[in-house]
Design a protein around this ligand. Sequence first.
Ligand code: SF4
Length: 113
Amino acid sequence: MTDLQPTEIAVSLERLRRVPTDELTDVVENDGLCLWTFTCAPPWEEDGELTDRDLAELQCAGCSVRDECLELELRTAGADTVGVWGALTEHERREVHRHWLRRRERVERGPRS
Ligand code: SF4
């Protein structure tokens, strides 16, 4: 996983909270490294068994839209997320999702009176 803790990742995604989902989708589809670099099987698929953690590091290294990809996956798949997205494994993303969801719900509720 990244050096950040799940709660820190959730905080770092706050800057994307107001970005519409269709805009995030466009950004990830246009600039996501894994979505345009490989026109055939990525080279590591021929290297035998890799863990999802290995794949997250190999696939997402250097991708400029990791945060957008992660935000999009948290919004659209939530706790049902599978595979590697946003440089995290599904287990890691589920951990982030718990914190992300809690923060978003707190923001939606607004300050307590
Ligand atoms: S962060 Fe990873 S999964 Fe997401 S678009 Fe970039 S390379 Fe693909």
